[in-house]
Ligand binder design. Structure first.
Ligand SMILES: Cc1cc2nc3c(=O)[nH]c(=O)nc-3n(C[C@H](O)[C@H](O)[C@H](O)COP(=O)(O)OP(=O)(O)OC[C@H]3O[C@@H](n4cnc5c(N)ncnc54)[C@H](O)[C@@H]3O)c2cc1C
Length: 434
């Protein structure tokens, strides 16, 4: 089956993780016609927090209050790091555009400002992040001021324990209390899932009964923390009603995957892309990619859809992630890029992939393997030349970064997507003019 559309798209984005979503969004914002291929499932792992750069140098585990100070230090120490290659104005613009689009799709974020925030995790550790959902921001304020605070969880909810969070922080936050309650209507259930409870809280009766159970427990608490399950599609309204009825700031704490904030993020991004006219092939994967030099287009062969579909585009953005995303593949002897076999920058031998100590704070060389790109974000072939003049790569597939340890996952995805789409737009305009 050929794509019903005969004209090539301006941009085809391969991948629907954070980087692919950001690239498709920014392409549409530039007025470029865009198709996105890939499954957004990886976003379900997201906590909803948008890290920009929290830790640098990774080996020292140094946390930064200002992500922009951290970026300046990164630029000095690791000029080849993808985030160090993007000017700060672009990073600011990219984040503003991203959270504005999420807000427009009903998922509000706190104003971004200049500083990272510290937030509680579901096991009581503290996480540094930058873009914080409106439903979580009171948790950053509470953690900073440490007033009397109540944490509530629900019997049977998997992998979330208010008691554990309070115990972990006991020495630092004496006024932190915890309570476990039954989730109304689920008293007979032995195991609860956050997504089910989030949906249940969108009904007025369950919401009212839950609030009625929590209210008498508040005591002197000046803030309330709950697992992140205050609604799905109507999350802002559910959160607002909890605050209004309880009379204290209420904050969500991210849960383990599959997370409700991840579901919200996916839904909001899908809505933002749909509203901007991005065509999507969510169940499809790109099996092959070829370049037609005469026509100046790339032809993508799609699988996973009924029949066979071909899509053509004047520019392609590779946002296929690393090993879990399947953008990179590790064989016995080497790491390979999955679609085109683009050379991957990697250690000389498999023996050098990992440090001897699995928990080495510096991380492993394999985590920094990835695609090398030129100044226009185009992946390079073995001869150091762009694979194709309008093939770009963004997000975690890029070399010279360890997003997980540096707490820069979303920053890397959003920042590189912005920078690459700017280059794609310029290249497309130049080719149209020439
Ligand atoms: C456990 C976990 C926790 C996280 N927590 C945070 C957090 O707290 N803060 C934060 O900022 N970020 C967090 N992230 C998200 C992180 O920012 C991003 O996952 C990371 O930046 C990688 O994004 P990516 O889009 O580059 O790759 P991926 O998310 O791996 O996406 C790759 C995409 O490419 C698709 N794909 C691959 N090959 C093909 C193909 N041939 N055809 C079509 N599609 C293809 C995949 O299906 C997938 O959609 C978390 C991620 C995980 C996994």
């Amino acid at each position: 089956m050929m794509d019903a559309r005969r004209d090539p798209y301006d941009v085809a984005v391969i991948g629907a993780g954070m980087a692919g979503m950001a690239a498709a969004l920014f392409a549409a914002e530039q007025g470029l016609s865009c198709i996105q291929i890939g499954n957004g499932g990886s976003l379900l792992f997201a906590s909803g927090l948008l890290d920009l750069l929290g830790v640098h140098p990774v080996a020292e585990g140094r946390r930064w209050q200002s992500p922009y100070d951290a970026l300046a230090a990164l630029a000095q120490d690791e000029p080849g790091h993808p985030l160090a290659r993007i000017d700060v104005a672009s990073i600011r613009a990219a984040f503003e555009c991203f959270v504005t689009a999420l807000g427009g799709a009903g998922l509000s974020y706190a104003p971004l400002g200049e500083r990272n925030r510290q937030l509680l995790t579901s096991i009581g550790t503290i996480k540094t992040s930058f873009g914080v959902p409106g439903s979580m921001v009171a948790g950053a304020d509470a953690l900073a001021a440490r007033p009397p605070c109540l944490l509530v969880d629900f019997r049977g909810l998997r992998e979330f324990s208010a008691a554990q969070i309070a115990a972990t922080l006991a020495g630092h936050w004496p006024g932190l209390r915890h309570q476990r309650i039954e989730f109304p209507g689920y008293e007979a259930a032995t195991e609860l899932y956050a997504a089910h409870l989030a949906r249940a809280l969108e009904t007025g009766e369950t919401r009212g009964r839950t609030i009625a159970l929590v209210k008498p427990l508040l005591g002197d608490a000046q803030a309330l923390g709950v697992p992140a399950l205050l609604g799905l599609a109507r999350a802002s309204a559910v959160h607002a009603e909890f605050e209004a009825e309880l009379g204290v700031p209420v904050f969500e704490i991210p849960t383990m995957p599959t997370s409700v904030p991840g579901l919200r993020l996916l839904a909001a991004l899908e809505s933002a892309l749909g509203g901007r006219g991005v065509h999507r092939r969510q169940q499809a994967t790109v099996h092959a990619l070829a370049f037609d030099a005469d026509a100046g287009t790339a032809v993508l062969e799609l699988g996973g859809v009924p029949g066979r579909e071909q899509v053509s585009a004047r520019a392609v953005v590779l946002a296929t992630g690393r090993f879990t995303g399947r953008g990179l593949r590790a064989d016995r002897d080497a790491v390979r890029e999955s679609i085109l076999g683009i050379p991957v920058q990697q250690p000389d031998s498999r023996a050098a992939w990992h440090q001897r100590d699995f928990l080495d704070p510096a991380g492993h060389a394999l985590n920094r393997a990835g695609l090398r790109v030129d100044e226009a974000w185009r992946p390079l072939d073995a001869g150091g030349k762009p694979v194709w003049p309008r093939l770009f790569a963004v997000g975690s597939i890029l070399a010279q970064q360890d997003w997980m340890r540096a707490k820069c996952g979303s920053g890397l995805a959003i920042g590189t997507a912005w920078a690459a789409i700017a280059q794609a737009g310029a290249a497309l305009r130049a080719s149209a003019a020439g």
